[in-house]
Ligand binder design. Structure first.
Ligand code: SAH
Length: 248
């Protein structure tokens, strides 16, 4: 009897873990019938993102809405909703959907913010940010990627994303300060010029390290910058000035 009871409780936990549901208002979004990937995208959000603990409904909404398959190369569209990063050419990758959601949630956006992204890559993360924030500034160092991302973001109708091709190490001084900064290539140390462009109360998330990397969340409170180590990750290295400095 006792054993049966324990088994029953354990079974409830297992079933519970698989039944991660979307908040109702997010689940109801999926009415777009002319999108062949709508179902796959909902599955991605439920199984990879909600199931791993992302709860911010603004983030879930953005992940449900942005058509990830449009940001990956045509030849890998069918893998766009897989639980993994994908190559986007030029030795670069689009991050795993969960990591995009996790990093976006960590920024604590409520709407109305000005956000800086370093490493536009495919443009996907920028689109997710643009669904929530007011203005997104994004910098990509590889020219063909920067051009392609700009084109897609324009085609998808994001008028609030500002793209620049160049080294993101120095940030975007003319548009600073930012409410939030997200770095999607890994520097060996936190780039100080970016910290300097963070507003009071602002948050910055950055994967730091070389072989071993972890996501670091920085917050500026009363002029002081607090650091919190989050999870181990694997990003492509940040190139340009940071890489040269890292070797010294
Ligand atoms: N956020 C991207 C994933 C980017 S992968 C997406 O959603 O698809 C990291 C990107 O950072 C690569 O495209 C790489 O070229 C770029 N990158 C690396 N170092 C950089 C630097 N110093 N400045 C700007 N971009 C950089």
């Amino acid at each position: 009897m006792h054993k049966k009871f324990i088994f029953f409780i354990a079974a409830l936990f297992v079933v519970g873990a698989f039944c991660q549901r979307l908040p109702r208002e997010v689940g109801e979004m999926n009415q777009n019938t002319d999108d062949p990937y709508a179902e796959k995208r909902q599955e991605m959000v439920e199984r990879q993102i909600v199931a791993r603990g992302v709860r911010d409904s603004l983030v879930l909404r953005a992940m449900m809405k942005v058509q990830r398959h449009r940001y990956v190369p045509e030849s890998s569209r069918r893998f766009a909703y897989y639980d993994e990063p994908l190559p986007i050419g030029h030795d670069q990758t689009i991050s795993q959907p969960y990591i995009v959601a996790y990093m976006t949630e960590a920024l604590g956006l409520k709407g109305g913010e000005k956000v800086l992204e370093i490493g536009t890559g495919s443009g996907y993360q920028a689109a997710v940010l643009a669904e929530i924030a007011e203005e997104v500034y994004t910098i990509e160092i590889v020219e063909p990627l920067a051009e392609r991302a700009k084109e897609i973001l324009e085609k998808e109708g994001y008028q609030n994303v500002h793209c620049r091709c160049g080294d993101g190490y120095q940030g975007w001084p003319e548009a600073a300060p930012f409410d939030a900064i997200i770095v999607t290539a890994a520097p060996p140390r936190v780039p100080q010029p970016l910290v300097d462009q963070l507003k009071e109360g602002g948050r910055m998330i950055v994967p730091v390290g070389t072989w071993f990397q972890e996501l670091i969340l920085l917050t500026r409170v009363k002029g002081r910058v607090g650091k919190k180590r989050l999870i181990p990750v694997r990003f492509v290295p940040m190139t340009g000035e940071m890489q040269k400095k890292g070797k010294k």
